[in-house]
Design a protein around this ligand. Structure first.
Ligand SMILES: Cc1cc2nc3c(=O)[nH]c(=O)nc-3n(C[C@H](O)[C@H](O)[C@H](O)COP(=O)(O)OP(=O)(O)OC[C@H]3O[C@@H](n4cnc5c(N)ncnc54)[C@H](O)[C@@H]3O)c2cc1C
Length: 375
């Protein structure tokens, strides 16, 4: 049986970036994936690097979100240089859009929320927003400009990160999913695969919304799939610069001229089907923001499964099993949180200290909740 310093279950962008960091620190690393790595949420995503919390309840995410935004340029430089690939990073900011009928209070609340967290946010009138994004609808009442937002082509990023993990020496095993944790006493000794076991000092669970299917993991990472439907449009007469948001709907321009439109949030188990209702909603919203998109070509439709947790916060850090680390539950922010997640896991593995407070995301919080309920 082969022994590694670290084994990672899951080769999405989270598992790949962890493998890259650990291998870069000189550890022997292996990634086991149930299928071809990087074909799940990390492939389906919109790729926005958006630290703005959607509500005050998500405030605890802000410190690590900001840390990840700060880490992004250096992380991307390393990935792009070592892989020899570009990953479509754009940092032209985002606009939160408010159509006619939106009250001033709603706009003020958004400004207060952002500024309260120290994020730059500037109020624009409809005409001011149309000056910087001329394709926007004349029905626009106002906008909030968030200049510090960015995006990346998540498919390219995931592929490039898998590549640099390999180049740093990580071994990647497609089609070899983890069946169970290999537990002896109070220690996790590695993973049980379909055929045999693999031993490691550190075991990292990063299997996205599938993590809880690995026997022994659900107590630490009770994740659920949250389906998001998406579409890619191409329209020669539109040249969007910024990511556009309106409620939960968004349009994200890509470096290759495509515009990614999304999304829904649906709790339908592991179903990945694209529905008429989903497409109708996304198209209707897209056209209401940028009317000329009516003439766009639909290049692709798809759906992916976000790894959601009971409190919608990530699940990161050590457990009460010696050697077992969890890195999942990133829900709608896994691309944003990739560099900081990989950094924190590497810091813990190499020094048992971390540079950000990750206590709010501890995998032990679900066990404590169960114990206090007497379950
Ligand atoms: C429609 C949509 C839009 C999104 N938009 C954004 C956005 O704009 N910005 C943002 O920050 N985030 C966004 N997200 C969220 C983000 O994409 C995810 O949080 C992130 O990709 C999760 O990465 P992951 O590596 O944890 O999981 P995944 O990418 O799902 O990877 C999990 C991997 O584990 C493998 N696996 C499954 N079972 C096993 C097993 N038993 N053993 C080993 N491996 C296994 C899978 O095959 C897969 O390769 C979006 C997600 C979706 C679906």
């Amino acid at each position: 049986m082969k022994h590694y310093d670290a084994v990672v279950a899951g080769g999405g962008v989270i598992g790949a970036s962890i493998a890259f960091e650990l291998a870069s620190a000189g550890l022997s690393v292996a990634v086991f994936d149930a299928q071809n790595p990087g074909r799940e949420a990390s492939w389906a995503s919109a790729g926005m690097i958006s630290p703005a919390p959607e509500s005050s309840e998500m405030a605890s995410l802000l410190p690590i979100s900001m840390a990840s935004v700060r880490l992004y340029p250096e992380f991307l430089q390393r990935v792009e240089e070592l892989s020899g690939r570009t990953v479509g990073y754009r940092n032209d900011g985002a606009l939160d859009l408010f159509l006619n009928g939106t009250g001033q209070k709603e706009i003020n609340d958004i400004l207060t929320l952002h500024r309260g967290f120290g994020l730059r946010a500037e109020a624009l009138s409809g005409p001011e927003a149309r000056e910087i994004e001329p394709a926007l609808t004349s029905e626009l009442r106002a906008a909030v400009h968030r200049p510090d937002e960015a995006s990346v082509d998540n498919r390219l990023l995931t592929e490039a990160t898998l590549e640099v993990a390999r180049r740093k020496g990580a071994e990647i095993f497609p089609g070899k999913g983890a069946k169970a944790l290999w537990i002896e006493g109070q220690a996790c000794k590695g993973l049980q695969l379909q055929n045999g076991r693999v031993e490691a000092r550190w075991t990292v669970i990063a299997a996205g919304c599938f993590s809880a299917q690995i026997e022994g993991v659900a107590a630490y990472a009770p994740v659920l799939p949250a389906k998001g439907q998406m579409m890619a449009l191409r329209c020669d007469s539109v040249n969007l610069k910024r990511d556009l948001w309106c409620g939960h709907m968004y349009l994200v321009p890509r470096h290759d001229g495509r515009i990614i439109a999304g999304s829904t949030v649906e709790y339908e188990g592991f179903d990945r089907s694209v529905t008429v209702a989903g497409m109708k909603k996304i198209l209707g919203d897209a056209i209401s923001l940028v009317p000329v998109l009516e003439s766009a070509r639909i290049e692709e439709i798809w759906a992916g499964l976000r790894p959601d947790s009971p409190d919608h916060l990530p699940i990161l850090g050590p457990t009460d099993l010696n050697g077992l680390l969890i890195a999942t539950g990133h829900f709608r922010s896994g691309i944003l949180l990739t560099p900081v997640t990989a950094r924190l896991i590497r810091e813990w593995v190499t020094t048992q200290k971390v540079s950000e407070d990750w206590a709010p995301f501890s995998p032990m919080r679900f066990q404590q909740a169960r114990q206090s309920r007497g379950a």
